[in-house]
Structures are given as structure tokens and as C-alpha cells.
Design a protein around this ligand. Structure first.
Ligand SMILES: Cc1cc2nc3c(=O)[nH]c(=O)nc-3n(C[C@H](O)[C@H](O)[C@H](O)COP(=O)(O)OP(=O)(O)OC[C@H]3O[C@@H](n4cnc5c(N)ncnc54)[C@H](O)[C@@H]3O)c2cc1C
Length: 636
């Protein structure tokens, strides 16, 4: 069932071989074909602009009122590329190796190699678009380093890299909108994927402003709808980010890859109150110059400035001397939790560690630090009221990114022919842990370079029957969408959608978050179906469905979170090893590091939907490592 379609031959040539073997569509014939792209973040906007430029009729959908609001805009720190501008030993092979190793050997080698190769093109593409990457005094592009690596290969635009990259993609998209090759459908939310004769041929959407349900037909459907970290309720993701598109595709037959692989980011502003509904990231780039520490003494009450040097524990520097504060995110997050659990956490709730810039300010000067990170310090100041130039920042891990997503083959096609997935929506090239600055790279690689080759190949090599929206499959999908909305509206219970979401998030954070155990996961699996059941009997939605109704929108999305959460726990339960961001308490080394079990778990888990409350079927894609030999990760 799982045919990854990895090209044969040496890894260095696989993508070229694939491109050579793929079929092309004659320029004059491209306008006869239509492509639906759901999502206008980096992956979706890049794919829509590029396929539009090639000459296809592209329909791009987003629930936002403009592509510029996609969650990609929040990305702060930077984007990796193996340009080796620093001449510090970087290369495609090294980026490939760092990414495979950073993902704890749970990603497909061929995909990761391609990602490293294409990273070079991304920077050229974005510079040509005018993306204002940071430059050195002499005008050359600047680089900095990110966790889990020892070279400086991260391109950045202060703390606004995602915003600048998205403006570049948006500009390219606008050009195609102007040329009439792309049609943008804003405030349109995908609620179902339509399958005709086994192939994805369209979608059903709800217009969020009017409530109108609409059918859309095309030759190919691409999902670039982002990640599902908001299953935890509190996360660094935009509040509206959700799993509905990929989950509804999963319910239609697309297998779901590694759902339990989620990333908990180490540098977020700690939770300050029970009523908070959003967490804020402080870019990992801050770990380049900030030093992480906690007091040596448990229950310390003195202010940071009153704690002398010899009473501070710079635990990352002492435990991991080669990488220090730049260990990968999973390692930094686990260590922060550990010192806080020991009672050495700082701040009002004891759930925080210091990220201290005093040394950097002394070494580089205040102005240099302000120049590099000024907007991040401003964000921190506005949220906490503290001035991080004079007192250390407080940080704590928070859900941030989902490595899991729709299973795709080398050509980014899901197990439903004609349905592709790109960016964070697919199960991605990051394995069990994403290295910093590599999601933007993957989203843009997928959008600008991979999908624009593989989608045309599918069109050229498939006999596409004429289909329109009057086909019974569209009517059936629309009826299902309407039925679900009516069910939600008619419950008339007592609880708000948010109250269910918050309860679900707490279960997931406690039992399927930074550390997982058999007992905890079983507890979660016992509670989630009950919560889902209560949701469907005691939910209260105010307002109707044929109007703007944000409560209904939320409820619809939460109904899917209540299903995906169960799959995440099941996936985590079956994987009795620790790897990357998936830390099983029962599987650790003597010094508390993640202990993989390559003999039994060197595979991608791909789950098949069998119905609500039914046990899904697990399929396994074996992973082999020929270029980066399997080894226990060590950042010491
Ligand atoms: C705070 C923060 C900082 C980050 N910083 C970095 C960084 O410095 N470097 C890095 O590499 N990565 C970073 N990341 C990760 C990175 O930003 C994301 O992984 C990436 O931007 C995702 O892009 P995307 O195009 O896949 O999805 P998104 O940008 O999430 O776009 C999703 C699109 O899909 C649309 N959509 C979703 N569902 C539907 C639906 N059902 N119907 C219609 N439309 C739908 C949305 O409207 C949107 O247009 C960061 C993440 C966060 C949270």
C-alpha cells in the first residue's frame, strides 16, 4: 500500500533522475488543466504562484481574508540553506546529515537529501524576488546558526523572516492573480475532499462570511494547510491554525504519517495565567547569544541579579559542552522541564528558565544586540512588562510544530491519487524532531520546486475523465458537510467549544506532550472518547450557519481535534521507543537521553482511518539509512 516511489541510483542524482523521468505538459495544453491549492501560506502561495506561472488554471483557497495572514508570517528566526557563504565547512551533504540526525533517524533519506539540494535554489529565488535578508556591512548576505548544528547557515530578516518570505511569495501570487491564471478564494474553508473514481477531483468549502457551501472541481488537489499544534489548545501557532483539511482528507482515505511526532519549542514566553489562550515564541536564534541558566538552589527566591555566578547552573553548557546552548530543540526542551520539575524553575509559577543576554551585551555592545534581536526584545517587553536588556528573559517549552501530517511519497502525493500535500501539512522531511529554520526551507522547497514538477507529471501521466460539480460524489460530500454542520448547530447544550478545546489540550499536554508513558497514554485514550461524546451532546453554538459565525467555525475545527488527538495517543503508545520529540519515559539511557529502538521502530507509521471510535490500521514504511549511518545522537 505504501509505495514511496524513491528513485533508484545514487542519492545525489535521485532528484535529477526523477525530474528527467517525469512527464511534462506542453505549454499550450497547460491552460486546459486546473489545480486546486488549499492554503496560501508559504507552501501554498509558492505552489500556486509557480503553477500559475507555468500556465495552469489555479484556484487557491484560504480561510484567511488575505494570503498575508497565513501563519507563516509568524516565523521569526530564519531559513537554512547549504550555501556555505561562511566557508565554515557547510555543504549539501552536511545539511542533509544534520537534518537526518536532528530528526533522530526517522525521516526518509532521499527526501532530506533533496531538501538540502533545493535549499540553494530557495535563497536565489527569494533574493531575486527582493526578500530583504539581513546583510553584512559589506552588503553580502548574513548568516547565523541555529540549534543542532555547528555551522552558520541560517538566512534571516531580523526576527521577521517568515513575514518577509511570505511577502515575496504573495507578490509572486499577486502577479499571477493579475495575469488571471490564479483565482484566489479567501475566507473559504475546506470542509471535505471529493474523490471521483478513486482520484481527488475537488473540494467542498464553506464561505466564512456568508455560510454558503460551495463545490469546486479540478484535475488535482494540493493541501498546504499547515500543522495541528493547536490540538494542545495552548501553542505558538496562530489561533486559527487547525487540522480540518488534512483530517477530512484522512477520513476520505489519505494515510496519516507519524501523528505523534510534534515539536515542543524550548524558547517560549512562560504561561502567566490559567485564562491565557495563546503562547508566544521567542525565536530560537536568541540561543545564539543568550545563555540558559537556573539557580543551583531549589526554591530560590532571590532576583536573577542577586544570584552570584557560582550559584547559577548553566546546565546546557555543562551537560552538552560541544553544542552548549545550541543543542536541538527536543534536548533543550526536555532539560528545561527537568530542571523545573526539580524545583529550580524561575518566575511566578516556577515554570521557566532564564535566557540571559548580559554576557552578549558586554561582549558585543547593546546596539549590536538590539540590531540583531530588537523586535524580539520588544515583543517580550510588551507581553511580560520586563526589559530583557537589563533582566534575563524567562522562557519555557511550548507546542510549536507538527512533524506528523499526511503521508506522502517522494513526489508529495498522498495515498489518494491526485491529492498532494506540501509544507507542514505533510508528514515532512523532519523525522521525529525538526531542526530550527528548516520548516520554511521545506515549505518553500515543496511550493517553489517540488510540487511544480510532480503535479504536472501526474497530470501528464493520468487519464483524467471529464468531471463537473454535478457528479454524485460532489453531492454526497456536500450532504456530509451540511449534515455535520447541522449536527453541531442543533446540539444546544451548555458548554462552549473553547471549554472542550481547553480540556482536550490539557489532556494532550499532560499525557502526549514533552514526555509520554504507557500509563499516561492509556489514561488519555480512556478520556478522549468520553470528552468527544460529551462534545456531541453538550456543545452550545450561538448563532446560525448561514452567516458569519466564528463559534461554529471553532466547533467544526475542534470536532476534528477531538479525533486527531486520539490517533496521536495511539501512535505514541505503539512507539515504545524514544526518538527526537517523542520521549517515552520507559525508553531512556542511563543519563536520561532519548533511547531509540532501531531494530523495532525504524519506520514511518502511516495510519488508515476506519471510522470514528474504530481502531485505525497501522501501515509501516521501513526506513533505511545508507548515507548517514544509524548512530545514537550525541550533542555532548
Ligand atoms: C511562532 C513561530 C515561529 C516560527 N519560526 C520559524 C522559523 O524561524 N524558521 C522556520 O523554518 N520555521 C519557523 N516556524 C515554522 C513555520 O513557520 C511553519 O511550519 C510554516 O510557516 C508553515 O507553512 P505552511 O505554508 O505549511 O502553512 P501555514 O503558513 O500555516 O499556511 C496554512 C494556509 O492554509 C490555509 N488553510 C488551512 N486550513 C484550511 C482549510 N481547511 N480551508 C482553507 N484554507 C485553509 C490557511 O488559511 C493558510 O493560508 C515557526 C512557527 C511558529 C509557530
Amino acid at each position: 500500500m505504501l509505495e514511496a516511489r524513491i528513485p533508484t541510483g545514487p542519492i545525489e542524482q535521485q532528484w535529477d533522475t526523477c525530474r528527467f523521468e517525469m512527464k511534462l505538459v506542453n505549454p499550450a495544453n497547460r491552460r486546459k488543466h486546473s489545480v486546486i491549492i488549499v492554503g496560501a501560506g508559504l507552501a501554498g502561495a509558492a505552489a500556486a504562484a509557480t503553477l500559475g506561472q507555468q500556465g495552469y488554471h489555479v484556484h487557491c483557497f484560504s480561510y484567511h481574508d488575505t494570503p498575508r495572514r497565513a501563519h507563516s508570517i509568524a516565523a521569526q528566526g530564519g531559513i537554512n540553506a547549504a550555501k556555505n557563504y561562511r566557508n565554515d565547512g557547510d555543504s549539501i551533504l552536511r545539511l542533509f546529515k544534520d537534518t537526518v540526525k536532528g530528526g533522530d533517524f526517522r525521516a526518509r533519506e532521499a527526501n532530506v537529501y533533496r531538501l538540502a539540494q533545493v535549499s540553494l535554489n530557495i535563497i536565489d529565488q527569494c533574493v531575486a524576488q527582493g526578500v530583504p535578508f539581513a546583510r553584512e556591512y559589506g552588503g553580502l548576505l548574513d548568516n547565523r546558526s541555529f540549534g543542532g548544528v555547528q555551522v552558520e547557515r541560517t538566512f534571516y530578516a531580523r526576527g521577521q523572516t517568515g513575514q518577509q518570505l511570505l511577502l515575496g511569495a504573495y507578490q509572486a501570487l499577486q502577479e499571477q492573480l493579475g495575469a488571471g491564471r490564479v483565482t484566489m478564494h479567501t475566507r473559504s474553508e475546506l470542509l471535505d475532499v471529493v474523490i471521483v473514481n478513486g482520484r481527488a477531483r475537488g473540494i467542498v468549502t464553506r464561505n466564512l462570511a456568508t455560510g454558503r457551501i460551495e463545490r469546486h472541481v479540478a484535475d488535482v488537489v494540493v493541501l498546504a494547510t499547515g500543522g495541528y499544534s493547536n490540538v494542545f489548545y495552548l501553542s505558538t501557532n496562530a489561533k486559527a491554525s487547525n487540522c480540518t483539511a488534512i483530517w477530512r482528507a484522512h477520513r476520505r482515505g489519505a494515510l496519516f504519517g507519524n501523528p505523534c511526532f510534534t515539536q515542543i519549542h524550548p524558547t517560549c514566553i512562560p504561561l502567566s495565567s490559567e485564562h491565557q489562550s495563546k503562547l508566544t515564541l521567542m525565536s530560537e536564534s536568541l540561543r545564539n547569544d543568550g545563555r540558559v541558566w537556573v539557580p543551583k538552589k531549589k526554591g530560590e527566591t532571590r532576583a536573577a541579579k542577586d544570584i552570584p555566578e557560582n550559584e547559577r547552573d548553566y546546565y546546557l553548557e555543562s551537560r552538552y559542552p560541544s553544542f552548549g546552548n545550541l543543542v536541538p530543540r527536543d534536548v533543550a526542551s526536555r532539560n528545561a522541564k527537568e530542571v523545573c520539575d526539580e524545583g529550580r524553575g524561575v518566575g511566578p509559577r516556577g515554570q521557566g528558565v532564564y535566557l540571559d543576554f548580559a554576557d552578549a551585551i558586554q561582549r558585543l555592545g547593546l546596539e549590536v544586540v538590539r540590531e540583531k534581536y530588537g523586535n524580539l526584545f520588544d515583543i517580550y517587553q510588551r507581553i511580560t512588562g520586563e526589559d530583557a536588556y537589563t533582566v534575563p528573559m524567562r522562557i519555557y517549552p511550548a507546542p510549536h510544530y507538527t512533524m506528523g501530517g499526511l503521508w506522502v511519497d517522494y513526489r508529495l502525493m498522498t495515498t489518494i491519487p491526485g491529492l498532494f500535500a506540501g509544507g507542514e501539512a505533510n508528514f515532512s522531511d523532519h523525522g521525529a524532531n525538526r531542526l530550527g529554520a528548516s520548516a520554511l526551507m521545506q515549505g518553500l522547497a515543496d511550493g517553489y520546486f517540488i510540487l511544480p514538477c510532480t503535479v504536472p507529471d501526474y497530470i501528464a501521466s493520468t487519464k483524467l475523465d471529464p468531471v463537473d460539480v454535478s457528479h454524485p460524489a460532489f453531492a454526497a460530500a456536500e450532504a456530509e458537510v451540511r449534515r455535520r454542520i447541522q449536527s453541531l448547530i442543533s446540539i444546544k447544550g451548555k458548554r462552549t467549544p473553547d471549554s472542550f478545546h481547553k480540556e482536550l489540550g490539557k489532556i494532550m499536554w499532560d499525557e502526549c506532550g514533552m514526555a509520554r508513558s504507557e500509563a499516561g497514554l492509556k489514561k488519555a485514550l480512556a478520556r478522549i472518547p468520553g470528552l468527544r461524546d460529551e462534545f456531541w451532546h453538550n456543545l452550545n453554538i450561538v448563532g446560525g450557519d448561514e452567516e458569519l459565525n466564528q463559534v461554529l467555525e471553532k466547533a467544526n475545527r475542534i470536532s476534528d481535534f477531538l479525533e486527531i488527538a486520539e490517533l496521536m495517543c495511539l501512535d505514541a503508545l505503539q512507539r515504545t521507543e524514544s526518538c527526537g520529540g517523542h520521549f517515552r519515559l520507559e525508553s531512556q539511557t542511563a543519563d536520561g537521553e532519548a533511547k531509540r529502538d532501531d531494530a523495532n521502530f525504524s519506520y514511518t507509521a502511516a495510519w488508515e482511518w476506519k471510522g470514528t471510535g474504530q481502531t485505525p490500521t497501522l501501515h509501516k514504511e521501513p526506513l533505511t539509512f545508507e548515507r548517514v549511518p544509524l548512530s545514537q545522537r550525541s550533542y555532548k
